[in-house]
Each structure stands twice: as structure tokens, then as C-alpha cells.
Write a protein that binds this ligand. Structure first.
Ligand code: ZN
Length: 149
């Protein structure tokens, strides 16, 4: 287990140092801002939605390694997915980071499984889910800043 944990930490560090899809999306037709006051994580998530499909997704902002890696891997996972898929993945991801367990009937989290260790650090759950809450606000078209508090 220790080796696996190290591997997970490496993946998270690597994504936080070189986040994917880290840019403003010129073609964005939805966006939202998210803030986690407990840690100071602050991101904007940009979406290009075509009908119900996420054609493109990106983010920008600043935050701790976990929040940034989570946002980076979320954008990688969701590109090309439908809004319904995104909502199901968020549910599965939230369960994973709060309980450390993936649910059998949930969609495949794939690489997002590296965040299972976050469940041991409840204060970090908000870091890991911030990008997802922000995504949800962007999908719903809310203009207000979402806060984890
Ligand atoms: Zn954080």
C-alpha cells in the first residue's frame, strides 16, 4: 500500500506542477468561479458546451497541490463527456474522496482514483472537490462565485 500511496502522490504533484488545460478558454460559453476560503484555493472553470456535450474545458487560478491536480485531472476526464456523465462522475468522485471507496455501480473514475487518500484528511476534501463544485456552477450557468463554505 505504501508504494501505491507514493505513486498517487507523484501523480498529484506532477499534475499540480504542470496542470493540463490550464488556460482561459476563448470559446467558453459557460464559466464559473470557485473559492475555498479554508485553504485559499481559487479557480475559474471554463466550458464550451455544445448541446449537452462538453466540447472543451479548461481552468485557471491558484491553489494547493491537491486542488490544482484535481482541477487538472477533472478537465482531462471530462473533455468530450456529456453533462449527465459529468454529474455522475462528480457523484462518484465525491464519494471516493469522502469515504475512500469507489462505488461499484458508479462510472469508472479511472485516473481520478489517485484521490482516494484524500478521505483520510477531511479538511482536504474541499480542496479536491472545489473544481467539481465550480464545474457544476458553470454547467448550471450561475454567475456567482461558489464557495465551499
Ligand atoms: Zn487547498
Amino acid at each position: 500500500m505504501a508504494d501505491l500511496r507514493e505513486l498517487y502522490q507523484e501523480v498529484i504533484l506532477e499534475h499540480s506542477k504542470a496542470p493540463r488545460n490550464y488556460r482561459e478558454l476563448a470559446a467558453a460559453n459557460h464559466s464559473a468561479e470557485g473559492y475555498n476560503p479554508l485553504c485559499g484555493d481559487h479557480f475559474t472553470v471554463y466550458l464550451n458546451l455544445e448541446g449537452d456535450s462538453i466540447r472543451d474545458i479548461s481552468f485557471q487560478g491558484s491553489g494547493c497541490a491537491i486542488s490544482k491536480a484535481s482541477a487538472s485531472m477533472m478537465t482531462q476526464t471530462l473533455k468530450g463527456k456529456s453533462r449527465a456523465d459529468a454529474e455522475k462522475l462528480f457523484e462518484a468522485f465525491r464519494k471516493l474522496v469522502t469515504t475512500g471507496q469507489a462505488n461499484g455501480d458508479q462510472p469508472q473514475l479511472g485516473k481520478l482514483a489517485v484521490f482516494s487518500g484524500v478521505s483520510e484528511f477531511p479538511v482536504r476534501v474541499k480542496c479536491a472537490t472545489l473544481a467539481w463544485h465550480t464545474l457544476q456552477a458553470a454547467l448550471e450557468g450561475k454567475q456567482d462565485t461558489v464557495s465551499t463554505e
